[in-house]
Ligand binder design. Structure first.
Ligand SMILES: [Mg+2]
Length: 177
């Protein structure tokens, strides 16, 4: 039988615009005015934001945060097309945030109903994941991956150079479809 290649896809800052929601939350908590575009283009803003984020990120452990994170543009359309050609697994390092587990399942069912619970993996470390590709925004998940790692661009990984980079879901489509 023909064996489909397998793609493991991260959730936060790959399928979901988690940083956008984090920025909105930090702005609300601290009466600040950060924007995603500013973090992408301004290193000083990234440093100031990181400081504010690290000192004020307990909302990540509160119920509700992961329920309404916005979806990345074209993520649904491209993942749907990929799923006709590849075996897709969603792999999220979610166990650090116990409240997120059910919320992420609800979010997946709402936005990606064509991906079954059998193909959603919640984990801590990702180094035991076996796939042909891993699309992730964090170097720590990519560096031990044995397949082809693809770094999905986010403000916190702009300084990383040694991985093949995808900026958008359109660039994932260009590469893999
Ligand atoms: Mg991520």
């Amino acid at each position: 039988m023909f064996h489909m290649k397998r793609i493991a896809i991260d959730m936060d800052d790959v399928l979901a615009d988690t940083t956008v929601k984090i920025i909105q939350t930090i702005n609300g908590l601290l009466d600040k005015n950060y924007s995603y575009e500013e973090l992408m283009s301004n290193q000083l803003a990234r440093e100031l934001f990181l400081k504010d984020y690290l000192a004020n990120n307990s909302f990540l452990w509160q119920p509700g945060f992961f329920l309404d994170v916005p979806i990345k543009e074209q993520a649904v359309e491209v993942v749907k097309k990929l799923s006709e050609k590849y075996e897709i697994f969603i792999v999220s390092a979610a166990t650090e945030f116990p409240e997120s587990l059910k919320e992420k399942l609800i979010w997946m069912k709402q936005h990606f109903p064509f991906i079954s619970w059998t193909h959603i993996v919640f984990c801590g470390h990702k180094y035991m994941i076996q796939a042909d590709y891993l699309i992730d925004d964090h170097e720590k998940n990519l560096k031990s991956f044995l397949g082809t790692p693809l770094l999905f661009t986010a403000p916190h990984n702009l300084h990383i150079g040694e991985y093949q980079r995808v900026d958008t879901w359109d660039s994932v489509a260009n590469l893999l479809l």
